[in-house]
Write a protein that binds this ligand. Structure first.
Ligand code: NAP
Length: 275
């Protein structure tokens, strides 16, 4: 995204010398860029806004949660015995989100009443986890409600016991739904590098968990307001680190140095806020 430029790791950390760098690619240049990195020495790359859905047309296949969500955030570059290079897309945001909950809060979405704000790429990952892990209810609240409808329709195949509903952002019911939810998750960019809040957390019940996928700032205005009311809150940094770790492990088949990755992410964020 133009902020962090390069992360270099050496053998002492990960067992090999490697480089991970941020590259700005315009939508119309995506195909040409992908062909440029279709080389045996590339292990893989991550994909972010706005390429998570359009990348799929430049790949040879899409696996697992990438296929289920329709959003790819990691691509694996592999060559076959004849030296032909193949690109496989996957989605590790799902695992990243699941691990954020389990590692940092010791919980899951099983049996929860989940209010999800947003219906974009990140919301797709969260919704898939809610359905796979057996949430009791899932309300997807979005400004363009038809996008929330589409999200729910696309994930029908994995829905088991969860009751799902798309809700338009400005419906009067939002306040009541905030009061019914046991987990509220912001998957919109509202609050990113700003003091805006997507919703006022006042109606949220005291025992609920409020999660913001945003990690810049580490504690968004929404999380600060929720914490002031005594609610449990979680920011998005853990998800960022865990989705990256899952991609690293898929690329290298080695265990990800999670502590090193988290420190690098924290240092990059600190540098960013000081600029
Ligand atoms: P996206 O695909 O562009 O989706 C954005 C969503 O936010 C859409 O549902 C959009 O609604 C909604 N939205 C945007 N501006 C809005 C506004 N002013 N009012 C109401 N709704 C608004 O983006 P994304 O990839 O899902 O990312 C969403 C957020 O999650 C970003 O802040 C990103 O940094 C964060 N994220 C974090 C991680 C992590 O690892 N922690 C991973 C992925 C994403 P419409 O459909 O109505 O436009």
């Amino acid at each position: 995204d133009g902020y962090s430029d390069k992360f270099e790791a050496d053998r002492s950390t990960v067992g090999f010398d490697g480089r991970y760098e941020a590259v700005d690619v315009e939508p119309e240049a995506l195909g040409a860029w992908v062909e440029k990195v279709r080389r045996a020495e590339t292990l893989g790359f991550n994909v972010t806004i706005p390429h998570k859905e359009t990348i799929t047309r430049h790949l040879d296949r899409v696996e697992g949660d990438g296929q289920l969500t329709g959003a790819v955030n990691a691509v694996i570059v592999e060559s076959d015995a004849r030296g032909q290079v193949h690109l496989t897309g996957t989605n590790t945001d799902t695992l990243g989100f699941r691990r954020l909950l389990s590692e940092e809060e010791g919980c899951s979405l099983e049996d929860q009443r989940v209010l999800l704000l947003g219906a974009g790429g990140a919301a797709r990952a969260v919704a898939l986890v809610a359905l796979q892990d057996g949430a009791r209810e899932l309300w997807v609240v979005n400004r363009h409600v038809e996008r929330a409808d589409r999200l729910i329709a696309d994930l029908q195949q994995v829905r088991q016991g969860t009751a799902t509903e798309a809700v338009a952002w400005h419906e009067n019911r939002l306040e009541a739904l905030l009061g019914s939810a046991t987990v509220v998750i912001n998957a919109t960019p509202i609050g990113l590098a700003s003091t805006e809040m997507p919703v006022d957390p006042s109606p949220v019940q005291a025992s609920a968990l409020v999660v913001d996928l945003i990690y810049n700032p580490l504690k968004t205005a929404l999380l600060r307001a929720a914490a002031e009311r005594g609610l449990t809150v979680l920011g998005g940094l853990g998800m960022l680190v865990h989705q990256a770790a899952a991609a690293f492990e898929r690329w290298t088949e080695a265990e990800a140095p999670i502590g090193v990755m988290r420190s690098a992410a924290e240092a990059a964020l600190k540098e960013r806020t000081q600029r």
